[in-house]
Design a binder for this molecule. Structure first.
Ligand code: PEP
Length: 249
C-alpha cells in the first residue's frame, strides 16, 4: 500500500517563536491519522522544530539542500548537515527554486542523487507552467522533468522518492487543478514511471498534489485514486487549516 502523506512547505515564513507556537498548536490538534505528516520550516528553525516535535508523530523536512559533500558553497546546506540534526527528508525541485533561483533539471538530478545516496527521502516537485497547459504541452513537460532529473536512478532509489506534482499556475494563486485534472496527471505520471521502470515501482510511489490545497477542496482532491496526499503551502501555516487537510485524507 502506498503511503499517504500530507506535507507542509512553510517556505520563508515563521520566525523561531512562531515556529514553536505553530508546532505546539499543531501537535495539540493533530487528528488521528494513517497518513504521514511532515512540516518543512526554514533551515534556521529545523533544530527547534525537531526539539518541539520530539514526542510527536510529525516529521521534519528541509526545503532544499546542496548536492556537494561540503566545501566552498557560501550560504548552502549539505545532506550531512541535515542528517546530523536527524532531518532525513528534503524537498527538491520546488517551482520557486526553479523559477526564482534558476535550478535546472540537471542540478536537481545531482541534488536528488546526493540525497538518495545519503539515505535521505526526497520529495521531488515538478509541474507545468500555465502556458504549457494552455498549449496542451503539460504532459510532455512533466514527462521531461521526470526523465531529466530522475530516470537515471536505479530501481532501488524509488523506495525513497515521493513525487509532488505541482502545476505552477496553481501554486499560491488560489487556483487549483480540478480533482479530475489532478487525477489525469497523476495517472499519466504513474504510467510514465511504469514504462521507464516497472508497474510495481509505479504503483508503490506516493504522488502528492500541490497547488492551493485548502480545507474546502482537500476531500475531493484526495479522493482521487492516484492522489496520495498533498504538498501544502499557504494552508500549512495555520494549524486549523493544516489539521483540517490532514483530516481530509
Ligand atoms: C507549494 O508551494 O508547494 C504550494 C502548493 O503552495 P500553495 O499551497 O500555497 O499553493
Amino acid at each position: 500500500m502506498r503511503t499517504k502523506i500530507v506535507a507542509g512547505n512553510w517556505k520563508m515564513n515563521k520566525n523561531l517563536d512562531e515556529t514553536e507556537a505553530l508546532l505546539s498548536e499543531l501537535s495539540a490538534k493533530l487528528p488521528d491519522t494513517h497518513a504521514e505528516v511532515i512540516v518543512a520550516p526554514t533551515f534556521l528553525n529545523l533544530v527547534a522544530a525537531q526539539t518541539s516535535l520530539q514526542s510527536s508523530a510529525i516529521k521534519v523536512a528541509a526545503q532544499n539542500m546542496h548536492f556537494a559533500e561540503s566545501g566552498a558553497y557560501t550560504g548552502e546546506i549539505s545532506a550531512d548537515m541535515l542528517l546530523n540534526i536527524e532531518v532525513d527528508t528534503v524537498i527538491i525541485g520546488h517551482s520557486e527554486r526553479r523559477s526564482l533561483f534558476g535550478e535546472t533539471d540537471d542540478l536537481l538530478a545531482k541534488k536528488t542523487k546526493t540525497a538518495l545516496d545519503k539515505g535521505m527521502t526526497v520529495i521531488f516537485c515538478f509541474g507545468e507552467e500555465l502556458e504549457d497547459r494552455k498549449s496542451g504541452n503539460h504532459f510532455a513537460v512533466v514527462e521531461s522533468q521526470l526523465k531529466n532529473a530522475l530516470f537515471d536512478l536505479d530501481n532501488s532509489a524509488w523506495n525513497n522518492i515521493v513525487l509532488a506534482y505541482e502545476p505552477v499556475w496553481a501554486i499560491g494563486t488560489g487556483e487549483t487543478a480540478s480533482p479530475e485534472q489532478a487525477q489525469e496527471m497523476h495517472a499519466f505520471i504513474r504510467k510514465t514511471i511504469a514504462e521507464a521502470y516497472s508497474t510495481s515501482i509505479a504503483e508503490e510511489v506516493s504522488i502528492l498534489y500541490g497547488g492551493s490545497v485548502k480545507p474546502s477542496n482537500a476531500v475531493e482532491i484526495f479522493s482521487k485514486p492516484d492522489v496520495d496526499g498533498g504538498l501544502i503551502g499557504g494552508a500549512s501555516l495555520k494549524a486549523d487549516d493544516f489539521t483540517a487537510i490532514i483530516k481530509a485524507i
